[in-house]
Design a protein around this ligand. Sequence first.
Ligand code: ADP
Length: 622
Amino acid sequence: MPPRKKLLRLLALVLGFVALIAAASLLAYRFSLAMGLAELQVTGRHRLDLYATSLEREIDKYAYFSTTLGLERDVMQLLATPRPAQAAQVNQYLEQLNERAGTLAIYVMDGQGTVVATSNWRRPDSYLGEDLSFRPYFRQALESGSGRIFGIGTTRGEPGYYLASSLTSAQGTVGVAVVKVGLQQLEKSWATAEAPVLVADENGVAILSSVPDWKFTTLRPLDAATRSAFDHTQQYNRRALKPLGVVELAALEHGARLVSLPKLGPEMVSMFPVAGKFLAQTQPLPGTPWNITVFSLQEQVRGIAANRAAVAGVGAAFLCILALMFNERRRHVKDRLAAREALQQAHDELERNVAERTADLSAANTHLQVEVLERTRAERTLRAAQDELVQAGKLAVIGQLSSGIAHELNQPLAALRTLSGNARKFLDRGDPQTAGSNLERIAELVDRMGRLTGQLKSFARKSSGRPQAVPLRRAVDNALFLLEQRLKRAGVVPCIDLTEGDLQAWCDANRLEQVLVNLAGNALDAMEGQGAPALDITARRQGDRMVLQVRDRGPGLSQDAQTHLFEPFFTTKDAGSGLGLGLAISAGIVADAGGSLRAQNHADGGAIFTLDLPAAPEGTPR
Ligand code: ADP
Protein backbone atom coordinates (compact mmCIF):
# COMPACT_ATOMS: atom_id res chain seq x y z
CA MET A 1 0.00 0.00 0.00
CA PRO A 2 1.43 3.46 -0.85
CA PRO A 3 2.41 5.52 2.26
CA ARG A 4 -0.12 8.29 1.44
CA LYS A 5 -2.96 5.83 1.30
CA LYS A 6 -1.72 4.19 4.47
CA LEU A 7 -1.63 7.57 6.23
CA LEU A 8 -5.16 8.38 5.07
CA ARG A 9 -6.34 5.01 6.26
CA LEU A 10 -4.72 5.57 9.64
CA LEU A 11 -6.26 9.04 9.87
CA ALA A 12 -9.70 7.65 9.00
CA LEU A 13 -9.22 4.95 11.61
CA VAL A 14 -8.20 7.44 14.30
CA LEU A 15 -11.12 9.73 13.39
CA GLY A 16 -13.45 6.76 13.42
CA PHE A 17 -12.23 5.73 16.84
CA VAL A 18 -12.51 9.26 18.18
CA ALA A 19 -16.06 9.49 16.80
CA LEU A 20 -16.88 6.13 18.34
CA ILE A 21 -15.47 7.10 21.72
CA ALA A 22 -17.29 10.46 21.58
CA ALA A 23 -20.54 8.73 20.57
CA ALA A 24 -20.17 6.18 23.36
CA SER A 25 -19.45 8.93 25.89
CA LEU A 26 -22.37 11.02 24.67
CA LEU A 27 -24.70 8.06 24.72
CA ALA A 28 -23.56 7.08 28.18
CA TYR A 29 -23.97 10.67 29.33
CA ARG A 30 -27.45 10.94 27.87
CA PHE A 31 -28.48 7.56 29.18
CA SER A 32 -26.96 8.14 32.56
CA LEU A 33 -28.52 11.60 32.74
CA ALA A 34 -31.91 10.18 31.79
CA MET A 35 -31.48 7.44 34.37
CA GLY A 36 -30.25 9.92 36.94
CA LEU A 37 -33.13 12.26 36.23
CA ALA A 38 -35.55 9.37 36.54
CA GLU A 39 -34.02 8.49 39.90
CA LEU A 40 -34.07 12.15 40.87
CA GLN A 41 -37.72 12.31 39.89
CA VAL A 42 -38.50 9.39 42.14
CA THR A 43 -36.60 10.97 45.02
CA GLY A 44 -38.21 14.35 44.30
CA ARG A 45 -41.66 12.80 44.26
CA HIS A 46 -41.01 11.19 47.60
CA ARG A 47 -39.87 14.47 49.02
CA LEU A 48 -42.85 16.22 47.51
CA ASP A 49 -45.23 13.72 49.07
CA LEU A 50 -43.44 13.95 52.37
CA TYR A 51 -43.38 17.75 52.52
CA ALA A 52 -46.94 18.04 51.29
CA THR A 53 -48.24 15.54 53.81
CA SER A 54 -46.41 17.09 56.72
CA LEU A 55 -47.62 20.55 55.72
CA GLU A 56 -51.13 19.26 55.29
CA ARG A 57 -51.02 17.69 58.71
CA GLU A 58 -49.76 20.90 60.17
CA ILE A 59 -52.52 22.96 58.52
CA ASP A 60 -55.20 20.46 59.48
CA LYS A 61 -54.07 20.67 63.05
CA TYR A 62 -54.70 24.41 63.12
CA ALA A 63 -57.86 24.21 61.05
CA TYR A 64 -59.24 22.11 63.78
CA PHE A 65 -59.07 25.01 66.20
CA SER A 66 -61.39 27.29 64.24
CA THR A 67 -63.88 24.50 63.80
CA THR A 68 -63.91 23.57 67.48
CA LEU A 69 -64.62 27.20 68.44
CA GLY A 70 -68.13 26.65 67.13
CA LEU A 71 -68.60 24.19 69.91
CA GLU A 72 -67.62 26.68 72.59
CA ARG A 73 -70.73 27.82 74.44
CA ASP A 74 -69.22 31.16 75.47
CA VAL A 75 -68.28 31.98 71.94
CA MET A 76 -71.71 31.12 70.64
CA GLN A 77 -73.39 33.12 73.39
CA LEU A 78 -71.21 36.11 72.67
CA LEU A 79 -72.23 35.96 69.05
CA ALA A 80 -75.86 35.57 69.99
CA THR A 81 -75.90 38.42 72.53
CA PRO A 82 -72.72 40.43 72.70
CA ARG A 83 -71.91 41.46 76.22
CA PRO A 84 -68.63 42.99 77.43
CA ALA A 85 -68.18 40.46 80.24
CA GLN A 86 -68.73 37.61 77.89
CA ALA A 87 -66.38 39.19 75.39
CA ALA A 88 -63.63 39.52 78.00
CA GLN A 89 -64.07 35.90 78.90
CA VAL A 90 -63.85 34.74 75.33
CA ASN A 91 -60.89 37.05 74.76
CA GLN A 92 -59.01 35.38 77.56
CA TYR A 93 -59.93 31.97 76.32
CA LEU A 94 -58.71 32.76 72.84
CA GLU A 95 -55.55 34.28 74.27
CA GLN A 96 -54.75 31.11 76.14
CA LEU A 97 -55.61 28.93 73.18
CA ASN A 98 -53.40 31.01 70.94
CA GLU A 99 -50.56 30.78 73.31
CA ARG A 100 -50.87 27.04 73.65
CA ALA A 101 -51.16 26.46 69.94
CA GLY A 102 -48.33 28.86 69.15
CA THR A 103 -50.42 30.47 66.45
CA LEU A 104 -50.33 34.17 65.53
CA ALA A 105 -53.89 34.96 66.40
CA ILE A 106 -57.27 33.41 66.99
CA TYR A 107 -60.32 35.57 66.69
CA VAL A 108 -64.08 35.47 66.25
CA MET A 109 -66.09 37.73 63.92
CA ASP A 110 -69.78 38.26 63.95
CA GLY A 111 -71.90 37.75 60.89
CA GLN A 112 -70.92 41.21 59.55
CA GLY A 113 -67.20 40.66 59.80
CA THR A 114 -66.57 42.66 62.95
CA VAL A 115 -64.11 41.11 65.35
CA VAL A 116 -65.97 40.45 68.60
CA ALA A 117 -63.24 38.56 70.46
CA THR A 118 -59.57 38.03 69.77
CA SER A 119 -56.51 36.49 71.33
CA ASN A 120 -54.56 39.72 70.90
CA TRP A 121 -57.12 41.84 72.74
CA ARG A 122 -54.37 43.17 75.01
CA ARG A 123 -52.27 44.65 72.26
CA PRO A 124 -52.78 48.15 71.01
CA ASP A 125 -53.06 46.92 67.43
CA SER A 126 -55.67 44.38 68.47
CA TYR A 127 -58.26 43.38 65.91
CA LEU A 128 -61.02 43.88 68.43
CA GLY A 129 -63.86 45.82 66.95
CA GLU A 130 -62.24 45.86 63.51
CA ASP A 131 -64.28 45.20 60.47
CA LEU A 132 -62.50 42.50 58.51
CA SER A 133 -65.37 41.63 56.27
CA PHE A 134 -63.22 42.55 53.27
CA ARG A 135 -60.99 39.63 53.95
CA PRO A 136 -61.60 36.85 51.42
CA TYR A 137 -61.56 34.08 54.05
CA PHE A 138 -64.56 35.74 55.74
CA ARG A 139 -66.58 35.58 52.58
CA GLN A 140 -65.38 32.05 51.81
CA ALA A 141 -66.38 30.90 55.31
CA LEU A 142 -69.79 32.48 54.99
CA GLU A 143 -70.27 30.93 51.58
CA SER A 144 -68.81 27.49 52.00
CA GLY A 145 -68.36 26.98 55.73
CA SER A 146 -64.61 27.37 55.63
CA GLY A 147 -62.11 29.74 54.19
CA ARG A 148 -58.43 29.44 53.82
CA ILE A 149 -56.21 32.06 52.55
CA PHE A 150 -52.73 33.23 52.85
CA GLY A 151 -52.36 36.79 53.66
CA ILE A 152 -50.31 39.45 55.30
CA GLY A 153 -51.93 41.09 58.19
CA THR A 154 -53.04 44.63 57.60
CA THR A 155 -52.35 45.73 61.11
CA ARG A 156 -48.95 44.29 61.85
CA GLY A 157 -47.97 43.28 58.41
CA GLU A 158 -47.38 39.74 59.59
CA PRO A 159 -47.81 37.08 56.98
CA GLY A 160 -49.84 34.08 57.94
CA TYR A 161 -52.29 31.48 56.91
CA TYR A 162 -55.83 32.31 57.79
CA LEU A 163 -57.99 29.35 58.49
CA ALA A 164 -61.60 30.40 58.88
CA SER A 165 -64.68 28.35 59.82
CA SER A 166 -68.23 29.52 59.95
CA LEU A 167 -69.90 29.36 63.33
CA THR A 168 -73.45 28.20 63.06
CA SER A 169 -76.32 28.11 65.55
CA ALA A 170 -79.93 27.19 65.12
CA GLN A 171 -80.44 30.58 63.47
CA GLY A 172 -77.84 29.83 60.87
CA THR A 173 -74.37 31.29 60.42
CA VAL A 174 -73.78 33.69 63.24
CA GLY A 175 -70.10 34.35 62.86
CA VAL A 176 -66.73 33.20 61.67
CA ALA A 177 -63.82 31.88 63.76
CA VAL A 178 -60.34 32.49 62.36
CA VAL A 179 -56.94 31.06 63.24
CA LYS A 180 -53.94 32.82 61.82
CA VAL A 181 -50.99 30.50 61.61
CA GLY A 182 -47.51 31.93 61.22
CA LEU A 183 -45.30 30.79 58.46
CA GLN A 184 -42.62 29.50 60.78
CA GLN A 185 -45.11 27.19 62.33
CA LEU A 186 -46.10 25.76 59.01
CA GLU A 187 -42.56 25.57 57.86
CA LYS A 188 -41.62 23.69 61.03
CA SER A 189 -42.56 20.52 59.26
CA TRP A 190 -39.77 21.20 56.77
CA ALA A 191 -37.11 21.53 59.39
CA THR A 192 -35.37 18.49 58.05
CA ALA A 193 -35.98 19.28 54.38
CA GLU A 194 -33.09 18.21 52.16
CA ALA A 195 -34.08 20.28 49.18
CA PRO A 196 -35.56 23.69 48.51
CA VAL A 197 -39.31 23.58 48.69
CA LEU A 198 -41.91 26.27 48.24
CA VAL A 199 -45.62 26.59 48.36
CA ALA A 200 -47.20 28.98 45.89
CA ASP A 201 -50.71 30.22 46.43
CA GLU A 202 -53.37 30.42 43.76
CA ASN A 203 -51.77 33.62 42.45
CA GLY A 204 -48.40 31.96 41.95
CA VAL A 205 -46.91 33.84 44.90
CA ALA A 206 -44.47 31.87 47.01
CA ILE A 207 -45.99 32.03 50.48
CA LEU A 208 -44.02 29.30 52.17
CA SER A 209 -40.52 28.22 51.45
CA SER A 210 -37.55 26.57 53.07
CA VAL A 211 -35.53 29.35 51.42
CA PRO A 212 -36.31 32.65 53.18
CA ASP A 213 -35.38 34.76 50.15
CA TRP A 214 -37.95 33.03 48.00
CA LYS A 215 -40.86 34.15 50.14
CA PHE A 216 -43.19 36.63 48.45
CA THR A 217 -41.67 36.10 45.09
CA THR A 218 -43.81 35.25 42.14
CA LEU A 219 -43.43 32.14 40.10
CA ARG A 220 -45.27 33.57 37.15
CA PRO A 221 -45.79 37.20 36.05
CA LEU A 222 -48.79 38.94 37.56
CA ASP A 223 -51.03 40.97 35.31
CA ALA A 224 -52.24 44.44 36.25
CA ALA A 225 -55.77 43.26 37.15
CA THR A 226 -54.46 40.77 39.68
CA ARG A 227 -52.18 43.34 41.19
CA SER A 228 -55.02 45.88 41.63
CA ALA A 229 -57.13 43.11 43.21
CA PHE A 230 -54.34 42.62 45.72
CA ASP A 231 -54.56 46.33 46.49
CA HIS A 232 -58.21 45.91 47.36
CA THR A 233 -57.91 42.74 49.46
CA GLN A 234 -54.52 43.80 50.83
CA GLN A 235 -53.71 40.14 50.66
CA TYR A 236 -50.00 40.74 50.52
CA ASN A 237 -50.23 44.06 52.37
CA ARG A 238 -48.53 45.93 49.54
CA ARG A 239 -45.48 43.82 49.65
CA ALA A 240 -43.31 44.08 46.57
CA LEU A 241 -43.84 40.82 44.80
CA LYS A 242 -40.64 40.21 42.89
CA PRO A 243 -40.38 37.38 40.46
CA LEU A 244 -38.36 34.37 41.64
CA GLY A 245 -36.83 34.21 38.18
CA VAL A 246 -37.40 30.51 37.53
CA VAL A 247 -36.39 29.73 33.98
CA GLU A 248 -37.96 26.60 32.61
CA LEU A 249 -35.40 24.70 30.56
CA ALA A 250 -37.28 21.56 29.63
CA ALA A 251 -40.49 19.81 30.45
CA LEU A 252 -40.17 16.19 31.51
CA GLU A 253 -42.76 13.50 32.01
CA HIS A 254 -45.15 13.48 35.00
CA GLY A 255 -45.17 17.29 35.08
CA ALA A 256 -41.54 17.53 36.12
CA ARG A 257 -39.49 20.38 34.69
CA LEU A 258 -35.87 21.18 34.39
CA VAL A 259 -35.42 24.69 35.65
CA SER A 260 -32.71 27.11 36.44
CA LEU A 261 -32.88 29.14 39.63
CA PRO A 262 -31.08 32.45 40.00
CA LYS A 263 -29.02 33.39 42.95
CA LEU A 264 -31.12 35.69 45.06
CA GLY A 265 -29.32 35.47 48.39
CA PRO A 266 -26.82 33.01 49.83
CA GLU A 267 -26.04 30.06 47.61
CA MET A 268 -26.54 27.51 50.35
CA VAL A 269 -29.52 27.31 52.71
CA SER A 270 -29.78 24.55 55.31
CA MET A 271 -26.91 22.65 53.68
CA PHE A 272 -28.44 22.57 50.23
CA PRO A 273 -27.77 24.82 47.26
CA VAL A 274 -30.58 27.09 46.12
CA ALA A 275 -29.22 28.34 42.83
CA GLY A 276 -28.41 26.44 39.67
CA LYS A 277 -30.12 23.77 37.69
CA PHE A 278 -32.89 21.83 39.39
CA LEU A 279 -35.52 19.32 38.70
CA ALA A 280 -38.79 20.98 39.76
CA GLN A 281 -41.76 18.86 40.73
CA THR A 282 -45.07 20.36 41.70
CA GLN A 283 -48.30 19.00 43.07
CA PRO A 284 -51.42 20.63 44.49
CA LEU A 285 -51.73 20.79 48.22
CA PRO A 286 -54.98 19.03 49.19
CA GLY A 287 -57.54 21.20 50.88
CA THR A 288 -55.90 24.39 49.57
CA PRO A 289 -55.67 26.14 46.23
CA TRP A 290 -51.90 25.98 46.60
CA ASN A 291 -49.18 24.12 44.87
CA ILE A 292 -46.14 22.75 46.54
CA THR A 293 -42.92 22.56 44.52
CA VAL A 294 -39.75 20.70 45.40
CA PHE A 295 -36.49 21.48 43.67
CA SER A 296 -33.94 18.64 43.40
CA LEU A 297 -30.43 19.58 42.43
CA GLN A 298 -29.38 18.24 39.10
CA GLU A 299 -25.70 18.86 39.62
CA GLN A 300 -25.06 15.50 41.20
CA VAL A 301 -26.86 13.68 38.44
CA ARG A 302 -24.86 15.54 35.87
CA GLY A 303 -21.66 14.73 37.74
CA ILE A 304 -22.55 11.03 37.83
CA ALA A 305 -23.51 11.17 34.14
CA ALA A 306 -20.18 12.82 33.33
CA ASN A 307 -18.36 10.12 35.30
CA ARG A 308 -20.26 7.41 33.52
CA ALA A 309 -19.58 9.09 30.18
CA ALA A 310 -15.88 9.06 31.01
CA VAL A 311 -16.08 5.38 31.95
CA ALA A 312 -17.97 4.67 28.72
CA GLY A 313 -15.35 6.61 26.76
CA VAL A 314 -12.57 4.61 28.37
CA GLY A 315 -14.55 1.43 27.72
CA ALA A 316 -15.05 2.41 24.08
CA ALA A 317 -11.34 3.19 23.75
CA PHE A 318 -10.57 -0.17 25.28
CA LEU A 319 -12.98 -1.81 22.85
CA CYS A 320 -11.35 0.05 19.97
CA ILE A 321 -7.95 -1.21 21.08
CA LEU A 322 -9.40 -4.70 21.41
CA ALA A 323 -10.97 -4.40 17.97
CA LEU A 324 -7.64 -3.20 16.59
CA MET A 325 -5.85 -6.09 18.21
CA PHE A 326 -8.48 -8.48 17.00
CA ASN A 327 -8.26 -7.01 13.51
CA GLU A 328 -4.48 -7.28 13.58
CA ARG A 329 -4.74 -10.87 14.70
CA ARG A 330 -7.37 -11.59 12.06
CA ARG A 331 -5.13 -10.02 9.41
CA HIS A 332 -2.19 -11.98 10.68
CA VAL A 333 -4.20 -15.20 10.52
CA LYS A 334 -5.52 -14.21 7.08
CA ASP A 335 -1.98 -13.51 5.86
CA ARG A 336 -0.82 -16.80 7.23
CA LEU A 337 -3.72 -18.58 5.58
CA ALA A 338 -3.05 -16.77 2.31
CA ALA A 339 0.64 -17.68 2.55
CA ARG A 340 -0.28 -21.26 3.30
CA GLU A 341 -2.72 -21.26 0.40
CA ALA A 342 -0.10 -19.73 -1.89
CA LEU A 343 2.35 -22.35 -0.69
CA GLN A 344 -0.22 -25.05 -1.27
CA GLN A 345 -0.92 -23.64 -4.72
CA ALA A 346 2.77 -23.51 -5.50
CA HIS A 347 3.08 -27.03 -4.20
CA ASP A 348 0.12 -28.19 -6.27
CA GLU A 349 1.52 -26.36 -9.28
CA LEU A 350 4.85 -28.01 -8.70
CA GLU A 351 3.23 -31.39 -8.36
CA ARG A 352 1.21 -30.74 -11.48
CA ASN A 353 4.36 -29.68 -13.32
CA VAL A 354 6.21 -32.69 -12.03
CA ALA A 355 3.33 -34.92 -13.06
CA GLU A 356 3.22 -33.26 -16.47
CA ARG A 357 6.97 -33.48 -16.84
CA THR A 358 6.90 -37.07 -15.69
CA ALA A 359 4.18 -37.77 -18.19
CA ASP A 360 6.19 -35.90 -20.84
CA LEU A 361 9.30 -37.71 -19.76
CA SER A 362 7.64 -41.08 -19.81
CA ALA A 363 6.16 -40.18 -23.20
CA ALA A 364 9.58 -39.00 -24.32
CA ASN A 365 11.08 -42.06 -22.76
CA THR A 366 8.65 -44.27 -24.59
CA HIS A 367 9.34 -42.28 -27.70
CA LEU A 368 13.04 -42.62 -27.06
CA GLN A 369 12.72 -46.29 -26.42
CA VAL A 370 10.82 -46.65 -29.63
CA GLU A 371 13.45 -44.53 -31.36
CA VAL A 372 16.27 -46.54 -29.78
CA LEU A 373 14.54 -49.69 -30.84
CA GLU A 374 14.08 -48.36 -34.33
CA ARG A 375 17.64 -47.15 -34.34
CA THR A 376 18.91 -50.46 -33.07
CA ARG A 377 16.89 -52.12 -35.75
CA ALA A 378 18.19 -49.65 -38.32
CA GLU A 379 21.69 -50.06 -37.02
CA ARG A 380 21.32 -53.76 -37.19
CA THR A 381 20.08 -53.42 -40.75
CA LEU A 382 22.87 -50.94 -41.45
CA ARG A 383 25.43 -53.19 -39.91
CA ALA A 384 24.14 -56.08 -41.91
CA ALA A 385 24.26 -53.88 -45.00
CA GLN A 386 27.70 -52.68 -43.99
CA ASP A 387 28.85 -56.25 -43.45
CA GLU A 388 27.49 -57.05 -46.82
CA LEU A 389 29.31 -54.04 -48.18
CA VAL A 390 32.53 -55.07 -46.50
CA GLN A 391 32.13 -58.46 -47.99
CA ALA A 392 31.33 -56.92 -51.33
CA GLY A 393 34.39 -54.71 -50.98
CA LYS A 394 36.50 -57.74 -50.25
CA LEU A 395 35.14 -59.58 -53.17
CA ALA A 396 35.79 -56.50 -55.28
CA VAL A 397 39.41 -56.49 -54.10
CA ILE A 398 39.63 -60.16 -54.83
CA GLY A 399 38.15 -59.44 -58.22
CA GLN A 400 40.81 -56.83 -58.77
CA LEU A 401 43.45 -59.16 -57.53
CA SER A 402 42.20 -62.22 -59.37
CA SER A 403 44.19 -61.57 -62.55
CA GLY A 404 47.32 -61.15 -60.47
CA ILE A 405 46.46 -64.21 -58.42
CA ALA A 406 45.70 -66.18 -61.54
CA HIS A 407 49.07 -65.11 -62.88
CA GLU A 408 50.60 -65.95 -59.51
CA LEU A 409 49.12 -69.41 -59.60
CA ASN A 410 49.64 -70.00 -63.30
CA GLN A 411 53.35 -69.51 -63.05
CA PRO A 412 53.95 -72.10 -60.30
CA LEU A 413 51.49 -74.41 -62.01
CA ALA A 414 53.47 -74.18 -65.28
CA ALA A 415 56.66 -74.58 -63.28
CA LEU A 416 55.12 -77.57 -61.50
CA ARG A 417 54.22 -79.19 -64.78
CA THR A 418 57.75 -78.63 -66.14
CA LEU A 419 59.42 -79.70 -62.90
CA SER A 420 57.27 -82.77 -62.44
CA GLY A 421 57.84 -83.72 -66.14
CA ASN A 422 61.55 -83.22 -65.75
CA ALA A 423 61.62 -85.14 -62.48
CA ARG A 424 60.07 -88.09 -64.17
CA LYS A 425 62.62 -87.83 -67.02
CA PHE A 426 65.49 -87.55 -64.52
CA LEU A 427 64.19 -90.61 -62.65
CA ASP A 428 63.91 -92.48 -65.92
CA ARG A 429 67.46 -91.43 -66.74
CA GLY A 430 68.54 -92.58 -63.33
CA ASP A 431 69.38 -89.17 -62.04
CA PRO A 432 67.48 -89.22 -58.77
CA GLN A 433 69.47 -86.36 -57.36
CA THR A 434 68.26 -83.84 -59.92
CA ALA A 435 64.81 -85.43 -59.74
CA GLY A 436 64.94 -84.96 -55.96
CA SER A 437 65.92 -81.31 -56.24
CA ASN A 438 63.07 -80.86 -58.75
CA LEU A 439 60.65 -82.45 -56.28
CA GLU A 440 61.91 -80.11 -53.52
CA ARG A 441 61.30 -77.16 -55.85
CA ILE A 442 57.82 -78.56 -56.48
CA ALA A 443 57.13 -78.78 -52.75
CA GLU A 444 58.25 -75.15 -52.29
CA LEU A 445 55.99 -74.00 -55.09
CA VAL A 446 53.05 -75.92 -53.61
CA ASP A 447 53.72 -74.33 -50.20
CA ARG A 448 53.75 -70.90 -51.75
CA MET A 449 50.55 -71.56 -53.62
CA GLY A 450 49.02 -72.89 -50.41
CA ARG A 451 50.01 -69.72 -48.54
CA LEU A 452 48.51 -67.56 -51.24
CA THR A 453 45.23 -69.40 -51.31
CA GLY A 454 45.27 -69.44 -47.52
CA GLN A 455 45.67 -65.65 -47.49
CA LEU A 456 42.90 -65.26 -49.96
CA LYS A 457 40.69 -67.57 -47.94
CA SER A 458 41.30 -65.69 -44.75
CA PHE A 459 40.74 -62.35 -46.51
CA ALA A 460 37.50 -63.48 -48.11
CA ARG A 461 36.21 -64.92 -44.86
CA LYS A 462 33.52 -62.96 -42.98
CA SER A 463 35.15 -61.76 -39.80
CA SER A 464 33.55 -61.77 -36.33
CA GLY A 465 34.21 -58.06 -35.90
CA ARG A 466 35.31 -58.71 -32.29
CA PRO A 467 38.21 -56.43 -31.31
CA GLN A 468 41.49 -57.90 -30.16
CA ALA A 469 45.11 -56.92 -29.95
CA VAL A 470 46.44 -56.84 -33.51
CA PRO A 471 50.18 -56.49 -34.12
CA LEU A 472 50.46 -53.81 -36.80
CA ARG A 473 53.52 -55.41 -38.37
CA ARG A 474 51.67 -58.63 -39.11
CA ALA A 475 48.63 -56.80 -40.48
CA VAL A 476 50.84 -54.74 -42.80
CA ASP A 477 52.77 -57.82 -43.93
CA ASN A 478 49.61 -59.77 -44.65
CA ALA A 479 48.14 -56.91 -46.65
CA LEU A 480 51.32 -56.41 -48.67
CA PHE A 481 51.55 -60.16 -49.26
CA LEU A 482 48.19 -60.01 -51.02
CA LEU A 483 49.48 -57.15 -53.13
CA GLU A 484 52.87 -58.71 -53.73
CA GLN A 485 52.38 -59.21 -57.47
CA ARG A 486 51.07 -55.71 -57.99
CA LEU A 487 53.95 -54.25 -56.05
CA LYS A 488 56.38 -56.19 -58.11
CA ARG A 489 54.73 -55.15 -61.32
CA ALA A 490 54.80 -51.56 -60.28
CA GLY A 491 58.39 -51.92 -59.16
CA VAL A 492 57.55 -50.64 -55.73
CA VAL A 493 59.40 -51.75 -52.68
CA PRO A 494 57.36 -50.59 -49.75
CA CYS A 495 59.24 -48.73 -47.10
CA ILE A 496 57.86 -49.91 -43.75
CA ASP A 497 58.75 -48.04 -40.62
CA LEU A 498 57.23 -49.69 -37.58
CA THR A 499 60.32 -49.20 -35.52
CA GLU A 500 58.64 -48.58 -32.24
CA GLY A 501 58.81 -52.12 -31.02
CA ASP A 502 55.72 -54.20 -30.70
CA LEU A 503 52.89 -51.92 -31.83
CA GLN A 504 49.48 -53.36 -31.36
CA ALA A 505 46.10 -51.91 -32.22
CA TRP A 506 42.76 -52.88 -30.60
CA CYS A 507 40.58 -53.93 -33.53
CA ASP A 508 39.58 -56.78 -35.82
CA ALA A 509 42.71 -58.08 -37.61
CA ASN A 510 40.96 -59.19 -40.75
CA ARG A 511 39.21 -55.89 -41.21
CA LEU A 512 42.38 -53.90 -40.52
CA GLU A 513 44.13 -55.92 -43.23
CA GLN A 514 41.23 -55.13 -45.56
CA VAL A 515 41.69 -51.36 -44.86
CA LEU A 516 45.44 -51.63 -45.44
CA VAL A 517 44.96 -53.60 -48.70
CA ASN A 518 42.58 -50.84 -49.77
CA LEU A 519 44.94 -47.98 -48.94
CA ALA A 520 47.98 -49.67 -50.45
CA GLY A 521 45.96 -50.74 -53.50
CA ASN A 522 44.73 -47.12 -54.02
CA ALA A 523 48.33 -45.89 -53.64
CA LEU A 524 49.49 -48.30 -56.31
CA ASP A 525 46.58 -47.23 -58.55
CA ALA A 526 47.51 -43.58 -58.08
CA MET A 527 51.17 -44.18 -58.87
CA GLU A 528 50.51 -46.22 -61.97
CA GLY A 529 52.77 -44.93 -64.72
CA GLN A 530 54.73 -42.71 -62.36
CA GLY A 531 58.45 -42.44 -62.73
CA ALA A 532 59.43 -42.94 -59.12
CA PRO A 533 56.77 -44.80 -57.28
CA ALA A 534 57.24 -45.24 -53.57
CA LEU A 535 55.06 -46.47 -50.74
CA ASP A 536 55.81 -45.52 -47.14
CA ILE A 537 54.01 -47.21 -44.29
CA THR A 538 54.78 -45.83 -40.86
CA ALA A 539 53.20 -46.32 -37.48
CA ARG A 540 53.77 -44.90 -34.03
CA ARG A 541 52.12 -44.81 -30.71
CA GLN A 542 50.52 -41.62 -29.44
CA GLY A 543 49.38 -42.14 -25.87
CA ASP A 544 46.72 -44.79 -26.01
CA ARG A 545 46.31 -44.40 -29.79
CA MET A 546 48.04 -46.05 -32.72
CA VAL A 547 48.66 -43.76 -35.68
CA LEU A 548 49.46 -45.52 -38.94
CA GLN A 549 50.19 -43.61 -42.16
CA VAL A 550 50.25 -44.77 -45.77
CA ARG A 551 51.93 -42.35 -48.15
CA ASP A 552 52.38 -42.59 -51.89
CA ARG A 553 54.09 -40.50 -54.52
CA GLY A 554 51.10 -40.22 -56.79
CA PRO A 555 49.41 -37.03 -57.99
CA GLY A 556 47.70 -36.53 -54.64
CA LEU A 557 44.03 -35.92 -53.99
CA SER A 558 42.10 -33.59 -56.22
CA GLN A 559 39.78 -30.98 -54.68
CA ASP A 560 36.78 -33.06 -55.72
CA ALA A 561 38.33 -36.21 -54.29
CA GLN A 562 39.09 -34.47 -50.99
CA THR A 563 35.43 -33.44 -50.63
CA HIS A 564 33.84 -36.75 -51.56
CA LEU A 565 36.64 -39.24 -50.78
CA PHE A 566 34.78 -41.26 -48.17
CA GLU A 567 31.38 -41.18 -49.86
CA PRO A 568 30.28 -44.52 -51.26
CA PHE A 569 30.51 -44.87 -55.03
CA PHE A 570 32.85 -41.92 -55.39
CA THR A 571 35.51 -43.01 -57.84
CA THR A 572 37.70 -41.46 -60.52
CA LYS A 573 38.63 -44.81 -61.86
CA ASP A 574 37.37 -46.40 -65.04
CA ALA A 575 34.30 -48.56 -64.97
CA GLY A 576 35.32 -52.07 -64.09
CA SER A 577 38.44 -51.03 -62.17
CA GLY A 578 36.79 -49.05 -59.33
CA LEU A 579 33.48 -49.19 -57.50
CA GLY A 580 34.10 -46.20 -55.18
CA LEU A 581 33.38 -48.34 -52.11
CA GLY A 582 36.91 -48.98 -50.82
CA LEU A 583 37.40 -45.84 -48.73
CA ALA A 584 33.78 -45.67 -47.61
CA ILE A 585 34.02 -49.23 -46.26
CA SER A 586 37.50 -48.58 -44.79
CA ALA A 587 36.29 -45.45 -42.97
CA GLY A 588 33.34 -47.45 -41.62
CA ILE A 589 35.60 -50.26 -40.39
CA VAL A 590 37.95 -47.80 -38.69
CA ALA A 591 35.06 -45.88 -37.08
CA ASP A 592 33.61 -49.18 -35.81
CA ALA A 593 36.91 -49.92 -34.15
CA GLY A 594 36.76 -46.54 -32.40
CA GLY A 595 39.22 -44.88 -34.74
CA SER A 596 39.29 -42.46 -37.65
CA LEU A 597 40.59 -42.28 -41.18
CA ARG A 598 41.78 -39.00 -42.69
CA ALA A 599 43.36 -38.12 -46.00
CA GLN A 600 45.49 -35.18 -47.07
CA ASN A 601 48.06 -34.23 -49.60
CA HIS A 602 51.71 -34.36 -48.59
CA ALA A 603 53.70 -31.17 -48.96
CA ASP A 604 56.23 -33.03 -51.10
CA GLY A 605 53.54 -34.53 -53.30
CA GLY A 606 51.44 -37.60 -53.13
CA ALA A 607 48.57 -38.50 -50.82
CA ILE A 608 48.91 -39.49 -47.22
CA PHE A 609 46.22 -41.47 -45.41
CA THR A 610 46.30 -41.43 -41.61
CA LEU A 611 44.70 -44.23 -39.69
CA ASP A 612 44.01 -43.60 -36.02
CA LEU A 613 43.13 -46.62 -33.89
CA PRO A 614 42.93 -47.37 -30.18
CA ALA A 615 46.09 -49.01 -28.92
CA ALA A 616 45.70 -52.50 -27.44
CA PRO A 617 45.82 -52.43 -23.62
CA GLU A 618 49.24 -53.30 -22.19
CA GLY A 619 49.88 -57.00 -21.68
CA THR A 620 46.99 -58.14 -23.83
CA PRO A 621 47.66 -61.59 -25.30
CA ARG A 622 47.75 -61.71 -29.09
P1 ADP B 1 38.00 -46.98 -56.01
O1 ADP B 1 39.40 -47.31 -55.67
O2 ADP B 1 37.15 -48.13 -56.29
O3 ADP B 1 37.85 -45.83 -56.91
P2 ADP B 1 38.08 -45.94 -53.43
O4 ADP B 1 37.03 -45.56 -52.46
O5 ADP B 1 39.10 -46.79 -52.90
O6 ADP B 1 37.38 -46.47 -54.66
O7 ADP B 1 38.76 -44.62 -53.93
C1 ADP B 1 37.98 -43.55 -54.32
C2 ADP B 1 38.74 -42.56 -55.13
O8 ADP B 1 39.69 -41.89 -54.35
C3 ADP B 1 39.54 -43.09 -56.16
O9 ADP B 1 38.81 -43.33 -57.35
C4 ADP B 1 40.60 -42.03 -56.38
O10 ADP B 1 40.13 -41.06 -57.26
C5 ADP B 1 40.78 -41.46 -55.04
N1 ADP B 1 41.98 -41.99 -54.40
C6 ADP B 1 42.04 -42.98 -53.50
N2 ADP B 1 43.30 -43.15 -53.08
C7 ADP B 1 44.06 -42.26 -53.71
C8 ADP B 1 45.45 -41.96 -53.69
N3 ADP B 1 46.31 -42.60 -52.91
N4 ADP B 1 45.90 -40.97 -54.52
C9 ADP B 1 45.01 -40.29 -55.31
N5 ADP B 1 43.70 -40.52 -55.35
C10 ADP B 1 43.21 -41.51 -54.58
